[in-house]
Design a protein around this ligand. Structure first.
Ligand code: HEM
Length: 400
């Protein structure tokens, strides 16, 4: 019997129990989506890496049979907007991804680190001025990545509040589909105007100005593609960064010995803790969907042309053959460079180094500046997201 997918987390942040069973018994397992279509679930680290660098699996979402998890996903796939590199295959993907990558390399992100630090410090100053208890998500974890990306894209400060409100409606699980679509339309219109402004005066040291001069003017990219790319960078991963900060704070508070070790040796253990947070919590766990465009054997199982696959990075991040005692949160792990929270291969998160730097600055700064940071409610009162969706939480009450 094919299993209905997605599965549910049994409680809190625990991954679905089915993952462990699939890893040991059926690493390439048949599953069924909401619309009845058949998919293959790839649950182990080894095969996940294989399929994510295999050109016979496509990411073009408009192809018939591409696996979508909900009717909303299907509608979005067919929206008719210009595709961005997320939904392209090489060589097109390589060309457009290459236009933003120079600004997101490890070296480029190191240049941004002082400004990420200044933003984190300013947010902590405001928290101290307000006094606890307060919601860490609202006061720190969400505004940090958004302010970083606003500067990166080139959004004027006067527009921050308007944009944040729209992004919140677009991304909130409690908004209805019509409100969310209207908010997304408003955001694209906003980006369109901003691009028009920067076309007249592309003098800033920001992504839109750079793309206008280096890609749009020489004719390497259309105006609509530029607008969609800026929009993508605005909405792609900031909420996920916030989730990793929130869940990281909770995990570190749950392990006071590890927290003490991190505080004593931040240069080494803040990056290590960040990697473990991204492994243990795997904030983006349904993105690695692909369509077979040829017959492919995966671990001896035939995946036929036209069938979808989902590479389960949340499961691969708990693969016992790669991460000993995988259900233990442990910032001292040696095997962490293998974690696949940012995906793997061709489409690996283009902003992975930026996201890492943000999480590192966030947890480093919070525990240094607020040494008594703690939850302001019993842990049992924390409300986690819908168990069949990416792990997250709506609010994180803290005090210090
Ligand atoms: C902790 C935070 C983040 C996590 C866990 C995460 C996770 C991921 C994953 C798993 C993928 C691979 C999708 C696939 O292969 O199908 C991905 C791709 C991507 N991410 Fe992130 N992401 C994060 C932060 C960000 C941020 C902050 C941005 C933008 C500023 C971003 C932009 C993107 C883009 C544009 C892609 C598509 C890359 C491509 O198709 O080549 N992500 N991310």
């Amino acid at each position: 019997m094919d299993k209905d997918f997605p599965f549910s987390r049994p409680k809190g942040v625990e991954p679905p129990a089915e993952y462990k069973e699939l890893r040991s018994k059926c690493p390439v397992a048949p599953g069924r989506l909401f619309d009845g279509s058949k998919i293959w679930l790839i649950s182990r680290h080894k095969e996940l890496k294989e399929v994510l660098q295999d050109g016979r699996f496509s990411k073009v979402r408009t192809l018939p049979g591409f696996p979508e998890l909900s009717p909303g996903g299907k509608a979005a796939a067919q929206s008719g907007n210009a595709a961005t590199f997320v939904d392209m295959d090489p060589p097109e993907h390589t060309k457009y991804r290459g236009m933003v990558w120079p600004y997101l390399t490890p070296e480029a992100v190191e240049q941004l680190r002082p400004s990420i630090q200044a933003k984190a410090d300013k947010l902590v100053d405001a928290m101290i001025a307000r006094g606890g208890p307060l919601d860490l998500n609202e006061a720190f974890s969400m505004p940090l990545p958004f302010r970083v990306i606003y500067d990166f894209i080139g959004i004027p400060e006067a527009d921050f509040a308007y944009l944040s409100a729209n992004v919140a409606v677009r991304s909130s699980g409690s908004s209805n589909a019509k409100d969310a679509a209207a908010a997304a339309d408003d955001l694209v219109k906003y980006m369109d105007n901003l691009v028009a402004e920067k076309e007249r005066n592309p003098t800033g040291k920001d992504l839109i100005s750079e793309l206008v001069t280096k890609q749009l003017r020489p004719g390497h990219m259309t105006r609509e593609q530029l607008v969609q790319t800026a929009f993508l960078m605005l909405v792609a991963g900031n909420a996920t960064v916030a989730t990793q900060i929130n869940l990281g704070v909770i995990s570190l508070l749950q392990h006071p010995d590890q927290l003490a070790a991190m505080k004593a040796d931040p240069a080494r253990l803040v990056p290590a803790a960040t990697e473990e947070i991204c492994r243990f919590h795997t904030g983006s766990s349904y993105a690695l969907r692909r369509l077979a465009v040829a017959d492919v054997q995966v671990d001896g199982q035939l995946v036929k042309k036209g069938e979808g696959i989902i590479a389960l990075n949340q499961s691969a991040n708990r693969d016992e053959s790669v991460f000993p005692d995988p259900d233990r949160f442990d910032i001292h792990r040696q095997s962490n460079p293998q974690q696949v929270g940012f995906g793997y291969g061709t489409h690996v998160c283009v902003a992975e180094w930026l996201a890492r730097a943000e999480i590192q600055v966030a947890i480093g700064t919070l525990f240094r500046r607020l040494p008594n940071l703690r939850l302001a409610v019993p842990e049992s009162q924390i409300q986690y997201s819908d168990p069949a969706r990416d792990v997250g939480l709506a609010a994180l009450p803290v005090t210090w």
